[in-house]
Ligand binder design. Structure first.
Ligand code: CTP
Length: 405
C-alpha cells in the first residue's frame, strides 16, 4: 500500500450512530502513515468517546471553540486547524451539520473550521431513508457538489431505524480509498487507459475438472489498487481469485475463466488503450475437447486428453502495438531467469518483463512478498524483497519513469 506519510487528514465527526465506525477509518489512515486530527461535534460525543479517537489518531481530539483549562479560557484557533489539513472528511455527515454548513451557520468548532477552510472537503452522509431522501437534504447535497465538494455515495442496506434503503454512511474502506485517491492522484497515471490481466485461467476438462495453476491474483489486485488510486482508467481482465477490489468507478470489470476469453477481452480493448500490464498466469495449453459428461475413472478417459496451445496474449498485444502504447509482462521462472526474461521481452515485443522466481522460498506465487528483476532495453534493475502492495507501487513508478509515453 502506498504510504500517506506527510499527508494530513482532518476528520469531522458529527452526531450520528455511524460514528461508531470512525475508529476503523482512523486506524486505516494511521496504518498508511497519514497524520490524522479529529474534530467532534458536541452531539458526536454521545456516539463515540473522544478518548478512543485520541488514542487511535495519537493526537488530542478537538471539540470546543473555547478551551477551558484550570479556570482559564482560551480561543481554539479553528483557522489554523483548517490550514493544517490537506483534505477534510466529514463522516458521518448529518442532516444538521450539512444544513448548517450550506447556510453558513457557525455554532461549533467543526462548522467554524469548515467555513474557514479552502481545502478539499469530502462528505459521507449518514441518515435514515426518508431523511436522506428529503428535498432539503438532497438539495443541500447537490449544492455541496456544485461548490466542488465530493459527496460520497450512501450505499443501500440496513439502517439503524430497521428500514432498508439508501442513507448509510460509506464504509471505512470506501472513505479511505476516496481520501487516498485524492492524495495520491498522479499526473502521469491520471486518465491513462490501462489493461491489466491477473489471476489464473481455467481450461475446462469436463464439467467438474479444469486445468489451472496456483496464481493467487494478489499482485494483480495490488496493481489494480495502485492504478485506481492514481486515477488510471483500468480494464481489469481477471481470472478466478479470492482477491478482489469491487465497485470502483474507474475500473471496467471483465471476469473471465479461459485464456481464449482473456484474449478476446484484452484485444477488444487494446487499440483504445495506452498500457498493457500482463500479470495473469495464463494457461499455455487447453484440452482440445472439453467433455460434456464427467469423465469416469473406469473409462481411463483422463489418459487420452489431447491438448492444444492457447494464444499468447502478451505476444498478440506486442504484434498490434502502435506508437505511444506500452506493454509489460511477467515471467515466472525456475532456471536461467534473466535469459528467459530477455527472450520473452524480445519474442513478445514487450517493453519490459518483470522476472520472478517460482522456486525461491517466501516470494512470488501464493506468498505475501516478492523480489523481482525488471528486464528491459534499458538494462536490468532489481527490486528487493518487499510486500506485493509496495512492489505494485514501485512497478508503477518504474513504468512512469521508463515508458516515455
Ligand atoms: N502470457 C500471455 N499469454 C499466454 C502465456 C503467457 O499473455 N498464453 C503472458 C503472461 O501473462 C506473462 C508473460 O506472458 O506476462 C510470460 O508468461 P510465462 O508463463 O512466464 O511465459 P510463457 O510464454 O508461457 O513461457 P514458458 O512457458 O516457456 O516459460
Amino acid at each position: 500500500m502506498s504510504t500517506l506519510r506527510g499527508k494530513r487528514v482532518l476528520l469531522g465527526v458529527a452526531g450520528g450512530i455511524a460514528a461508531y465506525k470512525i475508529p476503523f477509518l482512523v486506524r486505516q489512515l494511521r496504518k498508511a502513515e497519514a497524520e490524522v486530527r479529529v474534530i467532534l461535534s458536541q452531539s458526536a460525543k454521545d456516539f463515540i468517546t473522544p478518548l478512543v479517537l485520541a488514542t487511535l489518531s495519537e493526537k488530542p481530539v478537538e471539540m470546543d471553540l473555547v478551551i477551558k483549562n484550570s479556570g482559564k479560557l482560551s480561543w481554539n484557533n479553528h483557522v489554523s486547524i483548517a490550514e493544517w489539513a490537506d483534505v477534510i472528511l466529514i463522516a458521518p455527515a448529518t442532516s444538521n451539520t450539512i444544513g448548517k454548513y450550506v447556510n453558513g451557520i457557525c455554532d461549533n468548532l467543526l462548522l467554524a473550521t469548515l467555513l474557514s477552510s479552502k481545502t478539499k472537503v469530502f462528505w459521507a452522509p449518514a441518515m435514515d431513508l426518508d431523511m436522506f431522501k428529503n428535498q432539503a437534504n438532497q438539495s443541500n447535497l447537490n449544492l455541496l457538489k456544485k461548490w466542488g465538494h465530493t459527496v460520497l455515495p450512501s450505499p443501500f442496506g440496513d439502517l439503524a431505524s430497521g428500514l432498508v434503503g439508501h442513507g448509510r454512511m460509506a464504509e471505512p474502506d470506501k472513505m479511505c480509498f476516496a481520501i487516498r485517491s485524492y492524495l495520491l492522484k498522479d499526473e502521469f497515471w491520471y486518465g491513462k487507459k490501462v489493461i491489466l490481466t491477473s489471476g489464473p485461467t481455467r481450461e475446462s476438462i469436463d464439467p467438474v475438472r479444469f486445468l489451472s495453476n496456483g496464481s493467487s491474483g494478489k499482485t494483480g489486485v495490488a496493481l489494480l489498487t495502485a492504478l485506481a488510486e492514481r486515477g488510471a482508467i483500468v480494464t481489469w481482465v481477471h481470472g478466478p481469485s479470492h482477491y478482489h477490489l469491487s465497485d470502483m468507478e474507474n475500473v471496467l470489470y471483465k471476469p473471465i475463466l479461459t485464456a481464449l476469453e482473456m484474449r478476446d477481452a484484452v484485444m477488444k480493448a487494446w487499440s483504445d488503450s495506452d498500457i498493457f500490464i500482463g500479470a495473469a498466469a495464463v494457461s499455455d495449453y487447453r484440452p482440445k475437447y472439453s467433455s460434456k459428461q464427467k469423465i469416469k475413472k473406469s473409462n481411463a478417459g483422463l489418459d487420452s486428453i489431447k491438448y492444444e496451445l492457447n494464444p499468447d496474449i502478451l505476444s498478440e498485444v506486442g504484434d498490434k502495438k502502435m506508437k505511444g502504447q506500452y506493454s509489460l509482462g511477467f515471467a515466472l521462472e525456475t532456471d536461467n531467469g534473466e535469459e528467459e526474461a530477455l527472450r520473452k521481452l524480445n519474442s513478445k515485443k514487450a517493453d519490459a518483463i518483470v522476472l520472478n522466481y517460482a522456486n525461491k522460498k517466501g516470494v512470488g506465487i501464493n506468498s505475501e512478498m516478492n523480489a523481482v528483476t525488471l528486464v528491459s532495453k534499458d538494462g536490468n534493475e532489481t527490486l528487493s524483497l518487499q510486500s506485493k502492495e509496495v512492489m505494485a507501487v514501485n512497478l508503477l513508478n518504474w513504468i512512469k519513469k521508463h515508458s516515455k509515453i
